[in-house]
Structures are given as C-alpha cells and as structure tokens.
Ligand binder design. Structure first.
Ligand code: 3NM
Length: 241
C-alpha cells in the first residue's frame, strides 16, 4: 500500500479499485475499472490484416478495452482511426483510450487517456479531463507504480514483466516477483504488460495483477476470437484481487 494512500485513508477500510475514496472527509467518486484485458494497438503486428477488422473480432469475442497507440501516425490519421474505433465500440461495451494525446482525448471524447512516463503528469491531465475520463499510466518500476497512484491515476500498467520483442527499449524484464511487490504497494489496479501469453496471464494474476495489457497475443493471433476468449478466461479464472 502506498504511503500517500496511508496518509489519506489510514482509518478507513476502502473497497478496492472503485467506489469512494475518503480523503480528509471529502468523498471522491472513483471511476470503476471494469476490464481485466486491455488491448494495446499496433497495426504493424496484425499479420497483414486491417487493424479495424482485427479489433472488430476482439470486440465480438467479448473484449472491452482498447488503447489506440499508433505512434507513427500524424494527428489527422490518428483522429480518423480513433473515430473508426469509437464507431466499432459504440455497439459494444467498449472502453476506448488514446495513448498520450490528451488533446485528442478531449476533442474526440474518448473514455480515457493512457500516459507514458514522458507524458504530461497525471495531475495536469486530470485538470484538463476532469473525472469523466479514465487515466491510465505506464510504469517501469515499483516507484513508478506508487507515483502513479499518488498522483491520482485510475490504474497503472507495469512492464515489461517478461521478455517481449514488441518493446526492447526498457531493458531487462521486471519479472513476477517485482510485479507481486508492486501490487502489494498500491490499491489501484495494476495491469501486467510485456510478453503476456495465456499461460502467463494466469501467472501474473496469481502474482496479484488485476489484469493484463497485450499487443501480440491478440493482434498477431491466427484466430483473434479464440485468443480473446482464452485470454478473457485466463484473467477471469484466478481471483487474487
Ligand atoms: N509497453 P506484447 S511492453 C506497449 O513495458 C508496451 O511498458 C510495455 O507487447 C511496457 O504484448 C509493451 O506483444 C509491448 O508483449 C507489449
């Protein structure tokens, strides 16, 4: 449990991950995180299939959260893609995030924005988006996870937990033991990312992760619907948090 959490809520028994956070007798409405599988997009990893068709299969199979993260698109291209993803999402119970672009989160009215360590800090983003948007944060250390919670993030994505070809820039994988320690330090949901397969999804859930964030396990799967079903089952099975 993080220090800031202890300072603000030491006498209250707080329901985890949503509900009300009591801070100096003020009640805040915390948005609820109702997904355990968080799909991050990378249209270069779809095995040549159009990204939208892969996302449509993911949604049809029960996937409920997508982060649009196409770092090589310009603003106009990103807006067009976001619009298409939001169209797909409209008929489903889908939560749509945009990576880093707070301006697009507000203009396009996404459900949330996902911040990198180099993005605007969470409090500045909260000032802009208010409580109507979810804020997710990427962290690469236990300190980063604790800081995300202290700054008011709704959830944090910690990685890479395992070796992943999708992202070699963050050095050595953090491993399950560090994930477990990070999960004990905070009350916001922690999603594990980096090299997550079906079997590993069970492992990280057992280690205390609230859910998983993935690219290749879904986007590159030969059968996206089967992969989505299996991943959803894997994250639902283990009930540590
Ligand atoms: N962020 P895959 S690892 C986008 O450690 C991303 O923050 C990471 O891809 C982090 O599921 C990663 O194919 C890539 O391993 C995840």
């Amino acid at each position: 449990m993080s220090r800031c959490y202890l300072l603000t809520a030491q006498h209250s028994k707080l329901p985890t991950h949503n509900s009300q956070l009591i801070t100096q007798n003020i009640f805040f409405r915390m948005p609820s995180i109702d997904f355990r599988l968080y799909l991050v997009t990378d249209r270069h990893q779809t095995q040549g299939r159009p990204l939208l068709s892969v996302l449509a299969r993911f949604i049809d199979a029960g996937g409920t959260a997508i982060q649009v993260r196409e770092r090589d698109l310009n603003t106009g291209q990103l807006m067009a893609l976001l619009q298409d993803v939001q169209c797909l999402a409209r008929s489903a119970r889908m939560t749509v995030f945009i990576n880093d672009r707070v301006d697009l989160a507000t203009t396009m009215n996404t459900d949330g924005v996902h911040l990198r360590e180099t993005s605007l800090p969470v409090p500045a983003v909260r000032d802009v988006v208010g409580s109507s948007h979810l804020i997710g944060v990427s962290a690469h250390s236990i300190d980063g996870v604790v800081q995300a919670e202290c700054q008011g993030a709704d959830f944090v994505v910690l990685g890479p937990i395992y070796e992943t070809p999708s992202k070699r820039g963050y050095g050595q994988p953090l491993g399950l033991a560090m994930l477990e320690r990070a999960c004990h330090r905070v009350n916001i949901p922690v999603f594990a990312i980096g090299g997550i397969s079906i079997a590993r999804a069970r492992e990280v859930r057992s280690a205390g992760a609230f859910g998983v964030a993935v690219i290749s396990a879904i986007l590159a799967a030969a059968d996206v619907a089967v992969a989505t079903h299996e991943m959803l089952n894997a994250v639902a099975e283990t009930t540590t948090r």
